[in-house]
Design a protein around this ligand. Structure first.
Ligand SMILES: [Zn+2]
Length: 147
């Protein structure tokens, strides 16, 4: 990545860890170490957390991206239901099967439509409910249902 492409936030993050470059993983780890330092106050800690979130999202997008069209297609294919509890919902949320903070990608293969309640309830589970739904419905894998 060249210097021009960097956002101001990232430059700030680099100055905190004292160097630039390295992949997101390396920088996230460095920032996590800095965050624990004694001299870091509440304000800096909040800043670091925001940098870390930004880097995780960048990593997720590097591993794979999805489009709104793919998301809408996925919701349409499952019939507008939450794939975890099977209830129809107008407000389905994009849930990352492998969470972004655990290295999950932002590809459609890692995303499933969940209702708000299921999304909050699911905790650390990493169950691919889209795959379960697809198998139960005997739907063959497609470009959207690759899992
Ligand atoms: Zn649900």
């Amino acid at each position: 990545m060249n210097e021009k492409e960097k956002t101001r936030k990232e430059k700030g993050a680099d100055s905190l860890i004292g160097w630039s470059g390295g992949d997101e993983e390396v920088r996230i780890e460095a920032l996590q170490r800095v965050r624990e330092a004694e001299w870091v106050g509440e304000k800096e800690r909040a800043k670091i957390n925001s940098y870390i979130r930004q880097l995780r999202l960048k990593r997720a997008n590097r591993l794979g991206k999805h489009t709104q069209v793919q998301w809408k297609k996925l919701v349409q294919l499952v019939g507008g239901i939450c794939v975890r509890c099977s209830e129809a919902s107008e407000k389905l949320e994009k849930d990352h099967i492998i969470p972004i903070y655990q290295g999950g990608s932002n590809s459609i293969r890692n995303i499933q439509p969940l209702c708000g309640r299921c999304n909050r309830q699911k905790g650390p589970e990493r169950i691919n409910w889209v795959r379960k739904w697809r198998q139960a419905q005997k739907v063959k894998p497609t470009s959207t249902f690759t899992t």
